[in-house]
Design a protein around this ligand. Structure first.
Ligand code: CA
Length: 233
């Protein structure tokens, strides 16, 4: 198999070198961008399979870079590296479309396992389903072949993560699914305290897109003390 290519976007050389060393040791091909402008340029030129993105950069912020990449239709997984936990909402925010995040300081081993999981679910055994079918619920259609969701006939713009989350829940309609099962199935790694919050943020976004009243959800309902449940009719 061809070596997967990872772009590190990080302005601090020491941090970048540490990351590069750890990723090369795992057999990845690594590129390094020191600024937001370089990140955009290298992504265009090298088409990396995954991007790790620092938020504090000398020119553009990591948020700007993420938004710009998505608006240019670069769909590869983006792992945001943030300094503070409070940035979670923004990092996984609707208009940004990052796939996952880690808070500094992070362990290199954990970072590598996150990267491996992101690559696996984007390109490997957790990638697009082969089912040739459309799931239909009142007003909501989930097209598993074309990976599209329609609400009352109109296309809903879901991120790949939101789509996988919805697909996993809707395949188990009326069955409560725990946050940790969702993390393992959708993100591909073992859950921890932070990843439970990641699930909650993505569920909130999903509700904003598919519920008529996101404050009173009727499709994806909260199951107290457990997680969530897709409510079929
Ligand atoms: Ca920085």
């Amino acid at each position: 198999m061809q070596r997967e290519r990872i772009l590190i976007v990080e302005d601090e050389p020491a941090v970048a070198r540490g990351l590069e060393y750890a990723l090369k040791a795992e057999g990845y091909k690594v590129f390094w961008a020191k600024s937001g402008a370089e990140a955009l340029e290298l992504t265009r030129r090298e088409q990396p399979d995954l991007i790790t993105l620092d938020i504090r950069l000398p020119d553009l912020s990591g948020y700007d870079v993420c938004r710009a990449l998505r608006s240019q239709n670069h769909r590869q997984p983006i792992l945001m590296l943030t300094a503070k936990d409070e940035e979670l909402d923004k990092v996984l925010g609707l208009e940004l479309g990052a796939d996952d995040y880690m808070v500094k300081p992070y362990g290199l081993r954990e970072l590598v396992s996150r990267i491996r999981a992101l690559l696996r679910r984007a390109y490997g055994d957790l990638a697009a389903p082969s089912e040739d079918e459309i799931q239909r619920f009142e007003g909501l259609e989930i097209d598993l072949t074309r990976l599209e969701v329609r609400l009352d006939g109109a296309a809903v713009d879901l991120t790949p993560t939101e789509f996988r989350l919805l697909r996993y829940l809707s395949a188990r309609q009326n069955v409560p699914v725990s946050r940790s099962s969702l993390v393992e199935a959708v993100w591909g790694y073992e859950s921890d305290v932070n990843s439970d919050r990641t699930v909650d943020v993505h569920i909130r976004h999903l509700r904003q897109k598919i519920e008529s009243d996101p404050a009173k959800p009727t499709r994806i309902v909260t199951v107290r003390g457990i997680g969530y449940k897709f409510q079929g009719q």
